[in-house]
Design a protein around this ligand. Structure first.
Ligand code: SAH
Length: 476
């Protein structure tokens, strides 16, 4: 062990297993060391960034030898781009580690009695699976270190050149953009469109947005591409310039005549968030229709929608199966977003009641209900779940037979968990994008509920994300 003050480097460390959140682990003298950017089987020299009594954390400064598990990443931007972090692992191994993480969380954090955890549902399509992508235009193209040494002296230091880039934020460098040639996350014409806009902008002297000075015309490009064949783009501009704007939008329409909606959004704020802005329709109806099973969903430039259509269908099928509906039940869909889970379950339920914080999402949910002819079977309410889901609310709308809950990463609020324990719906289905907070919440629900089924689902191949569906039943 080489040791300077505060600078601890552990040498020749064999990475033994996957831990969680992209970190693997090694054991040195009985102490667990969490290591980023390494996979089981790698032998590395690790520089520690945290060193506690029972555990430490670090990153590799040298790979002594690579794991036999590793495969060559298929994307040329791997490692630099903030996107798919697990391409060095075969998909089967990714699934194995996701399964393990879901199981570890339930065993170590929830500490409740568990049924056998069903094998994770992997994706049939592991590339081109996203229906939504947002690209960023920037003035500082990120250049990886090994390519950077080949650059000429006039280029600016610190891994950046003054070149224009269209792609994704570079990992760990907020102002720099990785200039993407080909992204494997979405079907064509996503790359063709981004490259065409970049070329057009360069040829016609359009400026790209500088993330430090907040100057520049082209900011971001949102592409939504649906299984129905409908697709749309929304271009965010730093200020309005009617002549330049129309020339660009006309060019896109002429070059991509099958686009179904084209929008632009003027954004003079410093951040990219679209929620307080007004997208303008330049061509088409301004939204796309996506389908999950027989249900249709209207998705606008601001709407939330599950980004992997095929796996969302699988996730919702599992959720619907776990709800064990017979056609009569009063079903509550908590954290319902644009109502998609409730609508997906509506044929098998008597009544669906959705609750969601964001008012615009509730508006979308109501429109989605109408689009599917379900206005008489569904009700949607905007507000915080802990304010809406009171004794009075449940009495007014009907005692819940089934509660489906799909909270954000932070999990459920303690007040809601207490309310679920009190209201005692016979079946609860807990859909989670964060198995750690889900496990914490299951421990609290254990007061009244037992875990009866567990089904992890992989929504995002080559990333670290895991979705997990749990069925809970009221103890007799
Ligand atoms: N079930 C939906 C969306 C799940 S994402 C789907 O599958 O598409 C989680 C949702 O919870 C988001 O829409 C978010 O706006 C909402 N949310 C977050 N905190 C909330 C709260 N305190 N009360 C109600 N909804 C909340």
């Amino acid at each position: 062990m080489a040791r300077k003050k505060k600078d601890i480097v552990l040498e020749n460390i064999l990475i033994e297993d996957y831990a969680a959140e992209g970190k693997s682990l090694a054991k040195v003298d009985g102490k667990v060391i969490f290591v980023e950017q390494a996979v089981p089987g790698d032998v590395v020299d690790v520089r520690l960034i945290k060193n506690k009594k029972d555990w430490a954390e670090g990153f590799p400064i040298r790979y002594v030898s690579y794991s036999e598990e590793r495969v060559t990443p298929f994307c040329s931007h791997f490692g630099v781009c903030g996107g798919c972090q697990w391409q060095m692992l075969p998909y089967k191994k990714q699934l194995k580690y996701k399964q393990k993480q879901a199981a570890d969380n339930l065993e170590r954090i929830a500490k409740v009695q568990l049924p056998e955890i069903q094998p994770i549902i992997g994706a049939a399509t592991t590339q081109y699976y996203r229906n939504k992508i947002e690209y960023t235009f920037g003035t500082e193209a990120f250049v990886p270190k090994d390519e950077f040494v080949k650059l000429k002296a006039t280029d600016t230091p610190n891994g950046a050149t003054s070149d224009l880039a269209a792609g994704f934020h570079a990992r760990g460098f907020w102002s720099k953009v990785v200039d993407i040639q080909k992204c494997y996350l979405q079907k064509e014409p996503t790359n063709e469109l981004r490259l065409a806009i970049k070329d057009f902008a360069k040829e016609n002297d359009y400026s790209f947005y500088n993330l430090r000075s907040h100057q520049g015309f082209l900011r971001t490009l949102l592409v939504r591409l649906c299984e129905t064949g409908e697709w749309m783009a929304n271009i965010m501009l730093g200020h309005d310039d009617k002549v330049k704007r129309e020339a660009l939008l006309d060019f896109i329409l002429q070059r991509f005549p099958d686009i179904t909606s084209l929008l632009y959004t003027i954004n003079t704020k410093q951040n990219d968030s679209i929620y307080d802005l007004k997208p303008e329709i330049y061509y088409g109806k301004g939204y796309v229709i996506e389908k999950l099973d027989e249900f249709q969903f209207k998705i606008g430039p601001k709407s939330f929608f599950q980004t992997n259509t095929q796996q969302a269908t699988r996730l919702y099928q599992v959720t619907r199966d776990f709800a064990e509906l017979t056609g009569k039940e009063v079903l509550y869909d908590l954290y319902c977003g644009t109502g998609s889970i409730g609508i997906f379950c509506s044929k098998e339920a008597g009544l669906v009641i959705g609750v969601e914080l964001i008012e615009e999402a509730i508006e979308d949910a109501k429109q989605n209900a109408m689009l599917n002819g379900l206005q008489n079977k569904t009700q949607f309410y905007a507000g915080d779940v802990i304010d809406i889901c009171t004794e009075k609310f449940f009495t007014q709308h009907g005692h819940p037979d089934v509660i489906i809950t799909d909270p954000p990463r932070a999990g459920m609020h303690g007040v809601l968990i207490e309310k679920i324990n009190e209201i005692a719906a016979p079946v609860v289905v807990y859909v989670s994008c964060n198995p750690a907070t889900q496990a914490r919440d299951l421990a609290l629900l254990n007061k009244k509920y037992e875990v009866t089924k567990v089904q992890p689902v992989d929504m995002f191949p080559h990333t670290l994300h895991i979705e997990n569906v749990v069925q809970l039943k009221l103890r007799k």
